[in-house]
Design a protein around this ligand. Structure first.
Ligand code: 5GP
Length: 251
């Protein structure tokens, strides 16, 4: 990895800060300890969360890369920093669901916990001001966010991410219930997986635990005031680390 110096803040989101560097092909992402839910109506500081999510994300991005799925990830830098390729984020949140839970069961007569086979893929328009609404084909076309070919590629990538992560998590006794990913276009016009993949963005249930609350090892612990959020994320990292010990370092 070439040496670089950190530049100005490019973008600050709810859970991360993105900084430019003096290298046009490198940006640095800092994972924050801020936790938010329900469109930021609920907020807290959880010491250590940023580092845990960064460490988990780095390993999962590397796993995807090894499976031939392109991501923005380049290298881990500091415990809560990673270097990534600059991308133009597509303002579409792609959610893939293997088990019915969360918003799906609030909006549809589907029992929580029902298996979804084949997995269900939903697209949401990423805009907090509108509350990230579910997109229809017609709305997506109307907004002109993606060409039909780009949309097909986005869905192919999301299903490939699901197949890879689902199998990986099963191997460490975690059930991948659902997850959200964001994708972006590189300067070359390639679509890659971006943002983060962590217990903030995935629902993960401990397959070794039967109690419906105790098995939750993801952001639902924060959303539902179950406590032990950082401990749960720590357990996820411990298992991910056991399977993917040392991520690439950028120094
Ligand atoms: P639901 O649609 O049930 O709220 O969420 C489905 C999955 O996508 C869950 O794993 C949830 O964590 C993730 N997800 C959906 N929208 C967001 C979002 O705006 N931020 C984060 N961090 N995760 C999201």
């Amino acid at each position: 990895m070439t040496s670089y110096s950190l530049g100005s803040l490019l973008y600050e989101g709810k859970a991360k800060r993105v900084f430019v560097t003096d290298q046009a092909d490198l940006v640095a992402v800092e994972y924050k300890d801020d936790a938010t839910a329900f469109n930021a109506l609920k907020k807290a500081q959880l010491a250590g969360k940023g580092e845990l999510n960064c460490q988990i994300s780095a390993r999962l991005f590397e796993l995807l890369e090894r499976e031939g799925i392109a991501t923005h990830y380049l290298a881990l830098q500091e415990p809560n920093w990673m270097l990534v390729r600059p991308v133009q984020i597509v303002p579409v949140e792609v959610v893939v669901r293997n088990i019915a839970f969360g918003s799906l069961c609030k909006q549809m007569p589907i029992e929580p916990g029902a298996p979804l086979e084949p997995p269900l893929l939903d697209l949401y328009y990423k805009d907090d001001a509108f509350g990230d609404p579910l997109l229809t084909d017609a709305r997506l076309e109307r907004l002109g966010l993606l060409t039909p070919a780009q949309r097909q590629e986005l869905e192919r990538l999301a299903m490939a991410v699901n197949a890879c992560l689902r199998q990986f998590f099963a191997g460490i006794a975690l059930q991948l219930v659902d997850f959200k990913i964001e994708l972006g276009f590189t300067a070359d016009g390639d679509l890659v997986v971006a943002d983060e993949i962590s217990p903030d963005t995935c629902r993960l249930w401990d397959l070794q635990v039967s109690d419906a609350s105790d098995r939750i090892l993801d952001k639902d612990r924060f959303r539902q005031d179950l406590g032990g959020v950082v401990e749960a994320y720590g357990e996820v990292l411990k298992r991910v680390q056991g399977a993917c010990p040392s991520p690439r370092l950028g120094k």
